[in-house]
Ligand binder design. Structure first.
Ligand code: FE
Ligand code: FE
Ligand code: ZN
Length: 276
């Protein structure tokens, strides 16, 4: 079965996201751990989380994916911003233990002119401070479009971060199709791309896929998501991605410009294209 869901809002709580996922025929979902622009985490409602866990069990959700606020920058040039980001990740990962065995995705960060090497150093140092042997959450680095001074625009950059992390077994990668397209990888040559990924990072680290079409051409370094089949990547490529033997069992997450109805349609479309 295709494991697919979309990004949902946590504003009405955890169980509500599970119910919304069921409504649109999803069996997984992604959510921001807090206001995507950062800010305080909501007080923990254990009863609500436990209801979500029950729902996931009853309906065979394989896994869910939390997403860190996209303003979180572990490699800022300002120490207080780096500390703030680290504390936020620490707090998020503590919270994730109430949803044991799931995943937490983050954008590596922007080096804001300090250079890629400095940025990579800061990011890996932060991960070494935050990750623990005891945690049950896998922390995913997202492939980025390379907008501005974003780190993670190439598989090599992600690999350099991962190699500096002691608890590497707690790490994985989330491949965003819009981002890799905009970063300069041509998804029309999917096998070439996956071979590169395997050689540089190792396919065993690929844990999730963000399924987004792109408004821009390969290498544009823009990061504007488009609805599935309405962008430059195109539906044929998405059909290949979800059915590829190396990818077909991963969880897929839509982050396309859609409301719940739009997501329901895309999920239906993609389930229809999946070869059981
Ligand atoms: Fe993201
Ligand atoms: Fe993404
Ligand atoms: Zn994006």
């Amino acid at each position: 079965m295709l494991n697919i869901g979309c990004h949902l809002s946590i504003s009405k709580g955890y169980e509500n996201m599970g119910k919304e996922a069921l409504k649109i025929n999803a069996n997984t979902f992604q959510f921001f751990t807090r206001n995507p622009r950062g800010g305080k985490i909501k007080e923990l409602n254990e009863e609500d989380i436990n209801k979500l866990l029950e729902l996931m069990k009853e309906h065979n959700f394989p896994i869910i994916l939390a997403h860190a606020p996209y303003t979180m920058n572990l490699c800022s040039d300002k120490a207080d911003i780096r500390d703030f980001a680290k504390n936020m990740m620490k707090e998020d990962l503590d919270r994730m233990e109430y949803l044991p065995g799931n995943m937490y995705n983050f954008h590596p960060g922007s080096h804001v002119g300090q250079g890629v090497e400095v940025g990579i150093q800061y990011i890996s140092e932060a991960l070494n401070e935050v990750l623990t042997k005891e945690q049950s959450t896998t922390v995913l680095l997202e492939t980025m479009a390379g907008k501005g001074t974003e780190i993670g625009r190439s598989f090599e950059e992600l690999k350099m971060i991962m190699d500096k992390v002691e608890l590497k077994e707690k790490l994985g990668v989330c491949l965003d199709t819009c981002h890799v397209n905009d970063a300069g990888y041509d998804l029309n040559n999917l096998d070439v791309l996956l071979k590169q990924f395997d050689k540089i990072i190792g396919l065993k680290y690929l844990k999730a896929i963000h399924l987004n079409d792109s408004m821009n051409v390969v290498g544009a370094h823009k990061d504007r998501h488009q609805k599935i089949g309405e962008g430059t990547i195109g539906i044929d490529v998405f059909e290949k991605i979800i059915n590829h033997p190396k990818l077909r069992n991963l969880p897929f997450y839509l982050e396309t410009p859609n409301d719940l109805n739009g997501y329901a349609k895309e999920i239906k479309l993609l389930r229809g294209l999946y070869k059981e």
